[in-house]
Design a protein around this ligand. Structure first.
Ligand code: HAM
Length: 419
């Protein structure tokens, strides 16, 4: 039997209710802050990610699903959505007429990673991008919105961790300082870090090898090498967060896996998630638009791992698949056509109604099935019931039942719902 591809999974109806709850809450809160939805394509030209995320990132170096189409164009399944959203913003001239354009998205992303708990090859992000301003209030307000969202879905035990990763004025100098520090131990570093040392030494902070981690704890931190403008920007972001009494930690060694970040970088970590403890990540990307060939347009955003969030809500009693409101039973083949007609009328009145053709099963078996489906009402459409075309309406909670005429179904249902 054919199964789903490695690293991809089904979200079954029992879980889908939780996903809907997360998405509906996100839409409601993001909307309150003036964010509008954008839907970009699942595949883009490969160059968008090479230039946007950067050749030195793990994503571009080894995790992309890249293929040639029939005309030989190189396409890539989106591994993230910040570069595509910036592309869409530039291409559609979305910035005209407004200082800040606030966009959100939700959907699947693809990375060829080693699957494990909380890490998939097809995973799902809910993300936001505020494009057009480099003001620190944008960073702070977007983080505040995020924390409101997380508290609305009653998540606690989170850690908001921030850093500033500098800008083209101060990062090159810091990079040299870091390389000077690491060079003498280069032979002791893991193979990945030896490669990183040449292409992007800041990525060594993300190494999981214990010996390297220990060494990196002693490494000079970006925080101490920021230029005046970056230092002030970061202080102002923190100033807003302090004013709103938002709790955060500063991790001077926090670096992000994508090359476009400048200044503010942040993550929300959840220890109970285990090894893949990053619930979300984000930051400022003021150089991305130019990298894509556009004008200088600053931006700030984050993306949340929806699979990880849904996992955290697993033991919650959030709504799962909706229970059936009315199950209509047709005990005979002859009654089925009428049953479907009654069901159609009820649905027009906004009821959730289910009819399963199974006249070969006994009435008792069909009643048991309705009970298992969580039906509030059962409507038995039987030519024999109550003589000439009567129907039986039964309230499952207490077994109360009435014999009614077809034209009474909606009104009796209404009356019995209140009873
Ligand atoms: P990212 O840190 O690469 O950032 O991904 C954001 C979140 O997506 C992660 O914190 C994690 O929860 C989830 N995630 C990433 N990879 C996987 C995976 N293989 N399986 C399950 N979940 C995963 C970005 O993607 C940036 N575009 C965020 C951003 C938006 N920065 C500015 N704006």
């Amino acid at each position: 039997m054919i199964e789903s591809a490695k690293g991809a999974r089904d979200i079954l109806p029992a879980e889908a209710g939780r996903w809907q709850f997360i998405e509906e809450t996100a839409r409601a809160i993001f909307g309150q802050y003036g964010f509008d939805e954008i839907r970009t394509p699942i595949f883009e030209s490969t160059e968008l990610f090479q230039r946007g995320i950067g050749e030195s990132s793990d994503i571009v170096a080894k995790e992309m699903y890249t293929f040639a189409d029939r005309k030989g164009r190189s396409l890539t399944l989106r591994p993230e959505n910040t570069a595509p959203v910036m592309r869409a913003y530039l291409q559609n001239r979305m910035g005209r007429g407004s200082e800040v354009t606030r966009l959100y998205y939700m959907g699947p992303m693809f990375r060829y990673e080693k699957p494990q708990k909380g890490r998939m090859r097809q995973f799902h992000q809910i993300g936001v991008e505020a494009i057009g301003s480099e003001h620190p209030a944008i960073d702070a307000e977007t983080i505040e919105m995020l924390m409101s969202f997380l508290s609305r879905i009653r998540l606690d035990k989170l850690r908001l961790v921030l850093n500033s990763v500098g800008c083209p004025a101060c990062r090159p100098g810091y990079r040299e300082t870091l390389v000077r520090f690491l060079r003498p131990f280069a032979d002791d570093l893991c193979r990945d870090c030896r490669r990183r040392l040449d292409v992007n030494p800041l990525r060594c902070f993300d190494c999981k090898v214990p010996a390297d981690r220990k060494r990196m704890r002693e490494a000079p931190a970006m925080q101490d090498h920021l230029c005046g403008a970056c230092r002030e920007h970061f202080a102002r972001v923190l100033g807003y967060l302090d004013a709103w009494s938002l709790e955060y930690e500063i991790d001077p060694r926090l670096v992000r896996g994508l090359d476009y970040y400048r200044r503010t970088a942040f993550e929300v970590l959840v220890d109970e998630l285990g090894a893949q403890n990053a619930l979300l990540g984000g930051g400022r990307y003021d150089g991305l638009a130019e990298e894509l060939g556009g004008p200088a347009v600053p931006g700030f955003g984050f993306a949340l791992g929806e699979d990880r969030l849904a996992m955290m809500l697993e033991d919650r009693e959030e709504p799962t698949a909706a229970a059936e409101e009315v199950v209509v039973i047709a005990p005979t083949e002859a009654a089925l056509a009428r049953a479907l007609l009654v069901a159609r009328a009820l649905r027009r009145g906004r009821r959730r109604v289910r009819v399963d053709p199974q006249p070969h099963r006994s009435l008792k078996a069909q009643m048991r099935r309705a009970h298992d489906l969580g039906a509030r009402f059962v409507l038995i459409v039987d030519d024999e019931t109550g003589g000439r075309g009567g129907l039986t309406l039964k309230r499952m909670a207490d077994g109360a039942q009435e014999t009614i005429r077809p034209d009474e179904v909606a009104s009796r249902l209404e009356a019995m719902s209140d009873g």
